[in-house]
Design a protein around this ligand. Structure first.
Ligand SMILES: *Cc1c(COP(=O)(O)O)cnc(C)c1O
Length: 410
């Protein structure tokens, strides 16, 4: 088992150590929840102040042109593209992940008619399931949502399937899908693939184009550090862009929005996937969040993510004496940048841990989740976090009544 000093040595040799200074991390807290809400970059507050005071306060409406507010969805997208292995002209920042899923899934269905099946996974993230259920209800029997266990997905691909919609990294277990193999299998039967990258982008090397993905969506406030409720993004492979038309056909997706014409005519390329006015403050914060990846090798991010997870699991096994069931893969190459432990009293244990200064989160019914953001999580943080967890288990601290009271957001 590694000692604390070994972890300090790993931090000293970490090629990504320089990135930690890009974040403002509160004293005395070990933050293992960057997979839910990334931490505040050092530059974000000043950028927002400049946008508010200067661009909005003084520039007023002129800032749509002078500060290029109108170009923000494309400018932000240029920073996201290399993180997900797509071309700069294949990504746009907009709306929320849920809304982008609706836009792309419906555009794909329309394109794929008369195919009528959307295939997804039983363990998919709830909003993804709900949005697809909403689409099925909207089309009132004309389309069919098939929700299957992971093992049954590939064998269910046939020429009735319009779209295979999956989340690349499972939010509970961290399990990763093989994007290249699944995309190839889907292509073979003529189905399109749509990947939700919310728990993947910013934590590993992704290659949408190399792996043959058709469509993707993802979240701006997790590993991308865009701040609470940050805008999301979507990606459409070049060969599909002009074939897809999405139904939230608002003026920002029009070929000439400022002609104020009566008829919708979709813009060329990614702009047609916009709907309404960009959320300027949110886009500015996301832009700053993405700058934390400047000069960062995603291969190194992935290697560190996997090493941090391996370290956490080996320390838990050594120090927590069979208290937890490990609910994620032990193979770091098959896991996102998170680990999961199962315990029937996981909620109370997590609350006790948070009070002790180690922030992870809990996913019903019994999963304790720890995320590692490779840009700012250190090996020594992992060591100290497990030591704290082991102490709580040893003394049964979590049994105190107050740790069992559920808050609205877990
Ligand atoms: C976080 C997350 C979302 C978030 O969707 P919102 O529209 O931002 O609420 C969607 N899908 C997955 C897989 C996520 O992890």
């Amino acid at each position: 088992m590694l000692a604390r000093d070994d972890c300090l040595k790993l931090d000293a040799d970490d090629p990504l150590a320089f990135a930690r200074t890009r974040f403002r991390l509160p004293e005395g807290i070990i933050y293992l929840d960057g997979n839910s809400l990334g931490t505040l970059p050092v530059t974000t507050a000043a950028r927002l102040a400049a946008v508010i005071e200067g661009e909005w306060g003084r520039g007023l409406i002129q800032s749509w042109n002078k500060a290029d507010w109108i170009g923000l969805p494309s400018r932000v997208a240029k920073r996201i593209a290399p993180l997900i292995g797509a071309g700069e002209d294949e990504v746009i920042a907009a709306d929320s992940t849920s809304v982008n899923l609706f836009k792309l899934a419906s555009a794909a269905l329309k394109h794929q008619a008369p195919r009528r099946v959307i295939l997804t996974e039983r363990e998919n993230f709830p909003t993804d399931q709900y949005v697809l259920q909403g689409l099925e209800a909207l089309f009132d029997g004309a389309i069919k949502l098939k929700t299957l266990p992971r093992e049954a997905l590939l064998s269910s691909l046939d020429d009735s399937v319009a779209l295979l919609a999956l989340t690349h990294t499972d939010y509970k277990t961290g399990a990763i899908h093989d994007m290249a193999a699944i995309s190839a299998a889907a292509r073979k039967v003529g189905a399109l693939t749509l990947w939700d990258l919310s728990h993947s982008a910013g934590a590993m090397e992704l290659a949408l184009n190399r792996d043959g993905a058709d469509l993707a969506i993802g979240c701006g406030y997790k590993y991308l550090n865009g701040g609470p409720g940050a805008p999301a993004y979507l990606s459409v492979a070049r060969h599909l862009q002009d074939k897809l038309v999405q139904p939230l056909s608002g003026w920002m997706g029009h070929a000439a929005p400022f002609d104020f014409s009566d008829r919708y005519r979709p813009a060329d390329g990614m702009l047609r996937f916009l709907s309404g006015t960009p959320v300027v403050l949110g886009m500015a914060a996301l832009d700053e969040g993405l700058k934390t990846f400047d000069g960062v090798s995603m291969r190194e991010v992935q290697a560190k993510a996997s090493a941090l997870g391996d370290l956490f699991l080996s320390l838990v096994e050594a120090q927590c004496d069979g208290e937890f069931e490990i609910a994620c893969s032990r193979d770091g190459t098959r896991r996102g940048s998170q680990v999961s432990l199962r315990h029937p009293d996981g909620y109370a244990i997590m609350q006790a841990l948070i009070e002790g200064g180690v922030i992870g989160d809990f996913r019903s019914p019994d999963v304790m989740r720890f995320g590692f953001a490779p840009l700012y999580t250190r090996y020594v943080d992992v060591f100290d976090a497990v030591e704290k967890l082991a102490g709580i288990m040893e003394r049964g601290l979590w049994r105190e009544q107050r740790f069992s009271i559920r808050a609205a957001v877990t």
